[in-house]
Ligand binder design. Structure first.
Ligand SMILES: C[S@@+](CC[C@H](N)C(=O)[O-])C[C@H]1O[C@@H](n2cnc3c(N)ncnc32)[C@H](O)[C@@H]1O
Length: 437
């Protein structure tokens, strides 16, 4: 069973070839091979899907025009799907730049960018892929591809990622989902984030300047979303040196100027002293996948959190060991203060939701919960483990030192986080779709 977002990927980036059908008619053939898989690439899409490949041209002033489209069927148990488009050479200009987008064909409207379908109940949404621009007849750059994420009606986030297997140079489900939650902050119709989480994030952003530190940023999806959406945010993306190239590409692609930068930071190396006091918000997505790094990572988090800042983290549950991360955090006095579960599959898993609720009330961490759920017949440790058992969901948590939290949080609340309601869709308006010619 696939867990999470379905990523469309190029196994072979588009290759172009001029073929003469007759002395008078020639066609450009554009061939690519795609697959549908998870962020980790460990399984393939286990259902049928109708995909659409669209060839775009970058015209003068870089307006994008759809030149040609073709529908192709992904049928279970496929692992790779060849996409071949042919376009009349007389209608093409080899001096123009072209690019190929492959994504799910929607019955109502073609999804040009991604976001609006993510939370649809009962289905997993396919994340479309865009090749980087290429010229007909020239070899394409196989290394990078682009994702486009609608984060506001008028803003599309561009995230470049590598086609290879590098963990740091990929996009990950938690980063994508957390970015959409952030984008829904001002959308009062959306309950993608719990009211408490919204309030807490807003409180952090309610300053003239907010210095944000992103740990293990990789491509920088989440940090770049902050800098793109909130002009008062100055974001430092950090990761190992191997992420620098892709992070810099993404900073450039989103024209953030000096409001965001990449700095190398290895959790296993001594932390520069100024990190301990410089940041009003620390963010992290999908960094709890490797238990070998839990201790140094928690050490860094402990060092950079103080009485005036917060950690906002998102993770996709991948294995049992993740509970150790939260145990280490607890041992440092760092506990979850509010949590949002973003359903990226259609199931509701109500039992697990209930376990999460018990965990909160038992610890007294959520004094705003007006009607604490009844304790279940699980030990505290079991509840802690059960809380991590939400396969296929993204957890977005807000952490801060607990000594300070109790003093700051309200003792009553309206609108306590509804644990049993399935996470709802946030409506992202699609970018106007170009007519296919
Ligand atoms: C699964 S990726 C997540 C990337 C990004 N946050 C996202 O959500 O797309 C985990 C990231 O942690 C980084 N990482 C792993 N070990 C690290 C270390 N010792 N110091 C700093 N970063 C590290 C990896 O390089 C990688 O970019």
């Amino acid at each position: 069973m696939m867990g999470g977002i379905t990523h469309c990927r190029f196994l072979k980036a588009p290759v172009t070839k001029l073929e003469a059908k007759s002395p008078k008619s020639a066609v450009w053939t554009i061939t690519a091979v795609v697959t549908l898989t998870t962020d980790l690439g460990e399984t393939f899409y286990e259902d049928n899907a109708t995909l659409e490949a669209i060839l775009y041209r970058n015209g003068p002033g870089s307006a994008e025009t759809a030149v040609l489209s073709k529908t192709v069927d992904w049928t279970f148990p496929m692992r790779a799907l060849k996409v071949v488009l042919q376009v009349d050479a007389a209608k093409c200009n080899p001096k123009h730049q072209y690019f190929l987008r492959v994504g799910e064909k929607d019955r109502k409207a073609v999804q040009d960018v991604w976001g609006q379908y993510m939370m649809v109940q009962g289905r997993t949404s396919v994340l479309p892929i865009w090749s980087l621009p290429f010229r007909l007849g020239q070899k394409t750059k196989e290394l990078f591809v682009e994702r486009r994420l609608q984060i506001r009606d008028d803003r599309v986030l561009k995230v470049v990622e590598e086609t290879g297997e590098s963990i740091a140079r990929h996009i990950w489900d938690a980063g994508l989902s957390a970015s959409l939650v952030l984008a829904s902050l001002d959308n009062e119709r959306s309950n993608l984030a719990s009211p408490e989480l919204r309030k807490a994030i807003r409180a952090c952003l309610n300053r003239d300047h907010v210095n944000i530190l992103e740990l293990g940023a990789g491509c920088g999806t989440f940090g770049i979303t902050f800098a793109t959406l909130f002009e008062n945010c100055l974001v430092t993306l950090t990761d190992l040196g191997l992420a620098k190239e892709i992070a810099d590409l993404n900073l450039k692609a989103n024209s953030l100027g000096d409001r965001a930068k990449f700095v190398e930071l290895d959790w296993t190396e001594p932390l520069p002293e100024h990190y301990k006091t410089s940041f009003g918000l620390v963010i992290m997505t999908d960094c709890t996948y490797n238990s070998a790094y839990f201790e140094p990572l928690v050490g860094v988090i402990d060092a950079v959190l103080n009485n005036n800042n917060r950690l906002l983290m998102a993770y996709k549950r991948r294995h049992e060991d993740e509970k150790e991360f939260f145990e280490l955090m607890e041992a440092k006095g760092l506990e979850v203060t509010c949590r949002t579960k973003v359903a990226i599959e259609g199931d509701t898993e109500t039992a697990q939701h209930a376990d999460l609720a018990s965990l909160r009330s038992n610890r007294g961490l959520f004094p705003w919960t007006s009607t604490p759920p009844k304790p279940r017949s699980l030990t505290k440790r079991h509840r802690s483990i059960a809380s991590a058992h939400c396969t296929g969901r993204i957890h977005i948590s807000f952490l801060l030192p607990c000594s300070q939290k109790v003093a700051q949080l309200p003792t009553t609340a309206s609108g306590a986080f509804n644990d049993t309601a399935p996470t709802k869709l946030v409506h992202f308006k699609p970018v106007p779709y170009c007519t296919v010619r």
